[in-house]
Ligand binder design. Structure first.
Ligand code: UD1
Length: 378
């Protein structure tokens, strides 16, 4: 790894889950901002190709990226990476994230998202690395009582995935309260969509996508026949659900702003920020914007509401604006433009052919060795 003469010559950031959707965009942003980056990822739901593309897109700064194929549930492997590097801060993305799957198979969610995080925090604590940014979600607000959602809105989770996010947040609050050397930031994302404007990084879900935008994308490239719209009888402008979609590039800059905040605010404690645009967009508006960006028609089928869905969710943006100096720059048109560029250039995501889905049973049974077989240095 070469010495970086950019903005942050000394600072080395560990990014867990850095091969994933938000992690890869954030890793690229950090490199371009002048940080050194070490990615740890077990690749069970992501692809090494994403890391290669981050290196490419970072140009000269790409030399400041290292990648280790490591599962956080393997504490010895995590310690081994900490033996090799002195990290100034950690951004923690690694985890499983499908709501429906977490209800069907809660154990792998608790193992990966809780045990993995505990291992990481314990190793950080032992090595005196006490700056931590956690990838949380608007899911911790459950069905919000009112909108816009603020950081003070009631926390109420409805499924095991959400519980793992909230439990990690609570662990962070306890750890920070007990030891003022810890500085921690919780970032609660609203609905991340879009892709890197180059069209080379994007979301690559395996199996049937759970979320709206990846599903729209797969219909657009002919991988699925039609989009099922879950309910058109909500009390909204056109009857379909309204969400706060945020461009993944804006999330990436949000993480960079959070890191800066950690480095410059000794008494930050554990502070949460909502990352969204503050604007609500309906399912039909998303479809229309995507059709315009792609120049094609998305066939629709109207179905019943999806259990557990709420009608309208969007965030207040004041706290992130004021305290992080951060604001989302991209609107729905940019989100759809970049999503389509990614989709049309990579109709099968990072993989030329679809691979086998993750063997969650093996992971639940503790077979993490399967994904620990090699350490790769890019
Ligand atoms: C979902 C998760 C949430 C998670 C977030 C991550 C649920 C219940 N919630 O939120 O915990 O943090 O993703 O981004 O899964 N829709 C369709 N057809 C589809 C898919 C979605 O009409 O095939 C609609 C939904 O009803 C909703 C909107 O599109 O109105 C957005 O759905 P989705 O992308 O799944 O996000 P959330 O439900 O907001």
């Amino acid at each position: 790894m070469t010495v970086n003469d950019g903005l942050h010559p000394e600072r080395c950031i560990l990014v867990t889950g850095g091969a994933g959707y938000i992690g890869s965009h954030t890793s690229l942003q950090l490199l371009l901002d002048g940080y050194k980056v070490v990615i740890m990822d077990n690749l069970i739901n992501s692809c090494e190709e994403a890391v290669r593309r981050v290196v490419d897109l970072a140009g000269k700064q790409g030399e400041n990226l290292l990648f280790y194929k490591v599962d956080l549930c393997n504490k010895a492997a995590v310690e081994a990476v900490f033996d090799l590097h002195q990290f100034d801060a950690v951004i923690h993305f690694a985890g499983l994230k499908a709501v429906g799957e977490s209800c069907a198979k809660p154990l792998p969610y608790y193992i990966n998202n809780i045990l993995g995080t505990l291992n990481l925090l314990d190793v950080m604590n032992t090595r005196n690395c006490k700056k931590f940014v956690f990838s949380s979600s608007a899911t911790v607000y459950g069905q919000p009582e009112s909108v816009p959602v603020t950081e003070e809105s009631r926390l109420y989770v409805l499924n095991p995935y959400g519980r793992t996010k909230l439990q990690v947040e609570e662990m962070m609050r306890d750890i920070t309260a007990a030891d003022p050397d810890w500085r921690t930031i919780v970032l609660r994302y609203f609905n991340p969509v879009g892709a890197h404007p180059s069209g080379r990084l994007g979301e690559d879900p395996q199996g049937i996508p759970n979320n709206l935008m990846p599903f729209v994308q797969q219909v657009a490239v002919g991988r699925r026949k039609e989009l099922t719209v879950f309910g058109n009888d909500y009390d909204t402008k056109d009857g379909t659900g309204v969400r706060d979609y945020i461009h993944v590039q804006d999330l990436a800059t949000g993480h960079s702003a959070a890191l800066h905040k950690l480095f410059t605010t000794p008494d930050i404690g554990c502070t949460a920020y909502n990352l969204g645009t503050g604007k609500g967009t309906s399912v039909l508006e998303i479809v229309a914007a995507f059709e315009k960006a792609a120049g094609l028609k998305i066939p629709l089928r109207i179905a019943d509401r999806r259990p557990g869905d709420c009608s309208v969710v969007f965030t207040a943006t004041d706290k992130a604006g004021k305290e992080l100096g951060w604001k989302a720059q991209n609107g729905i048109d940019e989100m759809c433009r970049d999503q389509w560029k990614w989709a049309s250039n990579n109709p099968n995501g990072y993989r030329p052919v679809q691979e086998q889905p993750i063997d969650l049973k093996a992971v639940a049974n503790g077979n993490h060795e399967a994904v620990m077989s090699k350490d790769i240095v890019v």
